[in-house]
Design a protein around this ligand. Sequence first.
Ligand SMILES: *Cc1c(COP(=O)(O)O)cnc(C)c1O
Length: 363
Amino acid sequence: MFDHRIYNFSAGPSMLPQSVLEKCAADMLNYNGSGMSVMEMSHRSKVYDEIIKQAEVLFREVMQIPDNYKVLFLQGGASTQFAMVPMNLLTKSGKADYVVTGQFSKKAYQEAKKFSDKIHLAGTTEDCNFARVPEQNELDLDPEADYVHICLNNTIFGTKWHYIPDTGNVPLVADLSSCILSEPIDVTKFGLIYAGAQKNIAPAGLTVVIVREDLVGKTLPGTPTMLDYAVQIKNESMYNTPPTYPIYVCKLVLEWIKDLGGLEAMKALNAKKCAILYDLLDESKLFNAVAAPADRSMMNVTFRTGNEELDAKFVKESTAAGFSNLKGHRSVGGMRASIYNAMPMEGVEKLAAFMKKFEEENA
Ligand SMILES: *Cc1c(COP(=O)(O)O)cnc(C)c1O
């Protein structure tokens, strides 16, 4: 039944752990003796209530989320958070600092500007096509800002913040869509964390928000009910029908992470996986890593040959060999191997062997 699965290096939606998919298949027609699929259940039923409650308990446990933070299971993707964040947090000075380190943080910055003319570009690395992230001393932060927004892992460019910027008393808001659950993170350093689920959590359709309680309660005039964090908190993510099935898969993924040994173990695995590729790239005479060494992502490895025809040949031949979605984003070119939590070690090892063979044949 699970034969012929290929190594899918897509930036998202991406691979899910095989054991999770097998559990989904086994539970498909009759979940836990309920006589129905999780997809068919009332979100207000007792059997479903246990699923969503357990998903939250596991999220708190795996990420060590303190009690003064709320965990929300929402819809609309990370892109809806680009608007929901300013609608809820831009309520004191109306000022916010945005650091632009790639396409998604740029979109977040542009969206915020719809709500205030005091949105400030506090740092950017666009001059080097986002091949690195700024140092702390390059950030121009305003102590009166309502929040500072960053994107922790830049999915398209393959960079990652290797430190959490010091924003003083100003809450730090971070898009963790492509690195959440990949390693331990100190939640207390953030005011709000959000992530679309389709990279490391679950299928598309779920957006997880972790928000410090004291930051919510006020909204900009005209904020839709659905986009008010306080409403979602009060209704325990059930103001309307939540994305029931992705929340169930999220619970299974968190169990899988816990069984592996939690986020420390996940980090060790991810560090090993990406080192296989970065070591190869650093030694290669054909391929080059795109991201600055100090800011390399563990999740998205960007590389190129420097020759567009050769890049295209690599993508074509790798696809034929059973590695899918290795073509880089059009704004970077070249290749990108997205190796999220669920990508097995074996997939990375086989890709590395394929790259070495390609190099021998094309150098
Ligand atoms: C994929 C991604 C997004 C977009 O997520 P949607 O859920 O499709 O809106 C935003 N930010 C980052 C960092 C991403 O990787």
